[in-house]
Ligand binder design. Structure first.
Ligand code: SF4
Ligand code: FES
Length: 217
């Protein structure tokens, strides 16, 4: 995973911006244009709003490109681990996230990430917006029967492990909710394999096609 970190600081807060993780969704610009303005140089001015307003705007960044440094009051993970299926785009994950390699070694711990599922990101497992360049198509919804839904789950403060299988899918372990813009919301504790080669016939889940297409990642 590549990083290109830029820092913006005032007396009360430091905001970092990783341009390798930004997919220009403009949530920050919409939420707090006085601070985040791509027409300005620098494009982030932390003097132009309160610390709480800036933290709130940073929390809306879906990819984790924006972070703030506050060791006394760090960002708390969302109460529930959620995986939102982005139509024709990445999986947006929020919560207490740990990404591991196939050997179980930690690669990244975070509260917000956007995960590549078109198979073409240069910054796997993170999305780098390549899905737009290749006109990646994937449905907004998902087959709920693949998840073994639970009705009384409590995904509170349960770590979500995302394990990257070599040349294969990402395994999701823990308790989580899968959401779609089609108003689906399914709580599950089932270990499930999500496609990251972009070729599965049952996206967002893996159906084994990665072997046929020779996916490398
Ligand atoms: S919200 Fe995050 S991903 Fe979206 S434009 Fe701002 S920094 Fe980039
Ligand atoms: S990773 Fe795409 S089908 Fe398995």
């Amino acid at each position: 995973m590549d990083q290109k970190i830029h820092e913006y600081e005032s007396d009360d807060i430091k905001v970092t911006y990783d341009s390798k993780r930004c997919i220009h969704s403009a949530e920050c610009v919409k939420n707090l244009p006085s601070v985040f303005d791509p027409n300005n140089d620098p494009w982030i001015v932390t003097d132009n709003a309160s610390v709480e307003e800036i933290k709130e705007a940073v929390h809306h960044c879906p990819t984790g490109a924006l972070q703030y440094s506050d060791t006394e009051n760090p960002e708390n993970p969302s109460r529930t681990n959620t995986i939102t299926v982005g139509p024709d785009g990445p999986l947006y994950v929020r919560g207490d996230i740990e990404i591991q390699n196939a050997d179980g070694e930690t690669l990244l711990e975070d509260t917000r990430v956007a995960l590549c599922r078109c198979g073409e990101s240069e910054n796997k497992p993170l999305c780098d917006d390549t899905h737009k360049d290749i006109d990646f198509k994937a449905p907004a919804g998902f087959d709920e029967s693949k998840l073994r839904p639970t009705t009384n789950g409590d995904a509170d403060h349960d770590k979500l492990i995302i394990r990257l299988m070599e040349n294969g899918p990402m395994l999701i372990e823990g308790e989580y909710e899968v959401l779609s813009i089609a108003n689906q919301r399914v709580n599950s504790q089932k270990n499930v394999a999500m496609c990251r080669c972009g070729q599965s016939g049952s996206k967002p889940f893996c159906d084994g096609t990665h072997k046929e297409v020779g996916f490398e990642g």
